[in-house]
Design a protein around this ligand. Structure first.
Ligand SMILES: [Fe+2]
Length: 454
């Protein structure tokens, strides 16, 4: 697309630029009638030809809604109409640059960076929020996917918000942080389930780093300060503003959620995009996530396959740190039965790659890992079909862990088409129970969530 050799503008990374609605999608198998709600997914989808070097993280957010009701499926997709995208639509061309290429001259009335609203979408306080870690959330209407505008907790959210907030299963509180390249580098936030921001606390991490995710237990919020460092001063010299500085190592901080007290561990350099979960056991914090040995943000090669790791952080005086790789199959986009957020979990669901290492974020199967007994189950559709992040939906609110469905969107390169796969989680490697055909391909995106109908 656009005659570019950039891999993130070609194949199924290339944008789908039409918005639309489709009803009574073709279904192979049967959609469980208990699945009553919508899977919303979001990803980068540049509306105009990028004006400089394009990075995967730059594209305009497009929301894909898969609406399931009474065993039937509908689909709707819309751009998040950010101010930046609206300005570009008025101009009829791209105005903003991106991570790799900032234009030297911007129109006076525009901010220097676009809020791309492309990373995650959650249901929160009867709203949909499209999230982008460098800026504020956008609110969308759940049914129509119409963009309402910026949502900043009644002006109480002063800075950016991570795209990976967590819900506290005890009370529905939204736990999150924001990071920025100047002090305070990280701010911790808590909002109640009604949309009210009730706690803000700056955290001294000592270093301006890119921090994509965090993880929380009942009592702690855990931050990994990986050495992907903002060096804003590089911009003047025309160099990338993100630098990998392995000599700094990775520092792991656990904040006591009641007192704000921080405890730190020092580790070797590595990078984590996403965590599966964390919990407290026998005086330690157990953290599961996907680790890359390094991160290169200077181009479109991330450089290292992500692998599932576990960190055990001893909370005692002089507490030790144990790090271990728990699987040798490259896996990312870890998801949990989120009723267990912050508590001991057994299972994790990932997009994964089996075979010769593709070195990045191309996947050919989804996996379910047993984090207690070990072992992995696979779902592979063959034919180089490629899945995105798998989302777990419990059968009922009271059913046990892993009793439910796993939903994932797959791309078939031979047919240039996509489908929504529904698996019975307890028969993970078995025949999927439904394959829902979308009216056109759905570009590879980042994250999504299931929002049950009222
Ligand atoms: Fe993410």
């Amino acid at each position: 697309m656009w005659n570019s050799d950039n891999p993130f503008l070609n194949g199924n990374y290339a944008p789908w630029r039409e918005e639309g609605d489709a009803f009574d999608l073709e279904v192979e198998g049967e959609i469980p009638r208990e699945l009553n709600g919508a899977l919303y997914r979001i990803g980068p989808n540049p509306h105009f030809k990028p004006r400089g070097r394009y990075h995967w993280f730059d594209g305009d957010g497009m929301v894909h809604g898969f609406i399931l009701k009474d065993g039937r499926a509908a689909y709707r997709n819309r751009y998040v109409k950010t101010d930046g995208l609206r300005a570009e639509m008025s101009a009829g061309k791209a105005l903003f640059g991106g991570l790799l290429d900032q234009p030297t001259e911007m129109p006076q009335d525009l901010p220097p960076f676009k809020n791309a609203a492309n990373t995650n979408i959650i249901g929160y306080a009867n709203r949909l929020l499209a999230l982008y870690e460098a800026s504020s959330p956008h609110e969308l209407k759940p049914v129509t996917l119409e963009t309402v505008g910026i949502f900043n907790f009644a002006d109480k959210l002063a800075g950016p918000m991570t795209a990976h907030p967590k819900f506290d299963p005890a009370n529905g509180d939204l736990l999150f942080f924001g990071y920025q390249p100047f002090p305070p580098y990280v701010t911790w936030y808590r909002a109640d389930c009604g949309g009210n921001l009730i706690e803000s606390r700056p955290i001294d991490t000592g270093l301006p780093v890119m921090m994509h995710d965090f993880i929380a237990t009942d009592d702690y919020a855990i931050f990994f300060v990986c050495p992907s460092v903002f060096r804003i001063e590089n911009a003047a010299a025309g160099k990338p503003i993100m630098a990998w500085e392995p000599e700094l190592g990775t520092r792991i901080g656990a904040m006591n959620r009641k007192t704000g007290e921080l405890k730190w561990w020092q580790a070797e350099p590595f990078f984590v995009f996403h965590f599966l979960n964390a919990y407290e056991e026998n005086g330690s914090l157990i953290v599961d996530g996907c680790r890359m040995s390094a991160l290169d943000m200077t181009g479109n090669e991330f450089g290292n396959p992500p692998l599932p790791w576990r960190w055990t952080l001893n909370l005692g005086n002089g507490g030790s740190l144990k790090s271990e790789q728990v699987d040798d199959v490259s896996a990312e986009f870890p998801r949990l039965d989120e009723r267990l957020a912050g508590k001991k979990h057994r299972y994790g669901y990932f997009a994964a790659f089996r075979g010769d290492d593709d070195g990045g974020f191309g996947f050919n199967c989804v996996v379910k890992r047993d984090c207690v007994a070990g072992g992995t189950e696979y779902q592979d559709l063959g034919g180089n079909k490629a899945p995105g992040e798998p989302v777990f939906v419990p059968r009922t609110s009271g059913s046990p862990e892993d009793d439910g469905w796993v939903l994932s969107v797959w791309y078939d390169p031979a047919m240039d088409s996509s489908e929504l796969l529904i698996q019975d989680s307890r028969d993970f490697s078995g025949k999927p129970i439904a394959r829902i055909k979308t009216p056109h391909r759905v570009p590879f995106g980042f994250h999504g969530n299931w929002v049950p109908a009222e």
